[in-house]
Design a protein around this ligand. Structure first.
Ligand code: GLU
Length: 260
């Protein structure tokens, strides 16, 4: 009788799972976004033609359009996206703190960043060069040895610059607009940044020019928190980018925004 009682107790413990406490599984990021009905994306407003403001102050550009495509795929409506403007220096903390779900923000995949973030497959490969005065005789990076160059804080420019030109004075700014104004005010000899971002200044201002040779490769990708809960979201975004690439739609988008 006692044996039967113990056997029944054992079976009931097994069935109700009372033997060990089940931890509730944390909800993955993709389900959270679907439940919320909105995706929150960190974008730039100082990196024309990727993320900038039109004359009415609305965010626009390639990264904005890519974010809308992601929203449409996940939530069925391209308007189900909230944009949070980020700078190069605060974008990672805004992602890690959960203020945004993802970053679509001219973000280069680097080994250093991969220590703390996950990235999608790349959606564009930029490269860095220098924006300098049209009158400059410089032809390459080494011509700026012992001169002063501007970078934007939190971008890959400073590291690229220090590894290529050891003797250079570096001046940092928070946004590309401030960097450009400083160059125009004669505070330095050039700005180091992705050519795609600098090109808009060279196109609209004849007093500055871009050095034609890239000295780095900058594969842009969507950034995610490095945690198990982001894996479904990463798979979905990878699938979206891969489909845009195989259908040729991504090239049409790049063309639309004047990106080569
Ligand atoms: N793509 C580079 C980076 O991720 C520079 C452009 C930017 O400021 O985002 O740092």
């Amino acid at each position: 009788m006692k044996k039967l009682f113990l056997a029944l107790l054992f079976i009931s413990l097994l069935l109700c799972g009372c033997g060990k406490k089940e931890q509730p599984k944390p909800q993955d990021d993709l389900s959270k976004i679907i439940e919320r009905g909105k995706i929150i994306v960190g974008v730039r407003d100082d990196t024309m033609p990727f993320g900038y403001r039109d004359k009415n102050g609305n965010l626009t550009g390639f990264d904005i359009e890519l974010s809308k495509i992601i929203a449409k795929n996940i939530l069925g409506d391209e308007n189900k996206v909230n944009f949070v403007p980020v700078t190069a220096s605060n974008r990672i903390s805004k992602l890690l703190s959960g203020e945004v779900d993802i970053l679509v923000a001219t973000m280069t995949i680097t080994e250093q960043r991969e220590q703390i973030l996950n990235f999608s497959i790349p959606y564009y490969i930029a490269g860095q060069t220098i924006l300098t005065k049209s009158s400059s005789k410089a032809t390459g990076l080494m011509d700026f040895e012992n001169k002063k160059l501007i970078v934007v804080f939190g971008s890959t420019s400073e590291r690229n610059l220090r590894t290529n030109v050891p003797n250079v004075e570096v001046l940092g700014f928070k946004t590309y607009k401030e960097a450009y104004n400083a160059l125009k005010a004669g505070k330095a000899d050039g700005i180091v940044a992705d050519d795609t971002i600098l090109l808009s200044y060279a196109l609209s201002d004849k007093s500055v020019k871009l050095l034609p040779k890239r000295f780095s490769q900058e594969p842009y990708a969507v950034a995610f928190r490095k945690e198990a809960e982001s894996s479904e979201l990463i798979n979905r975004v990878d699938y979206i980018i891969d489909s845009l690439q195989s259908s040729g739609q991504i090239n049409k988008l790049l063309e639309k925004w004047g990106i080569q």
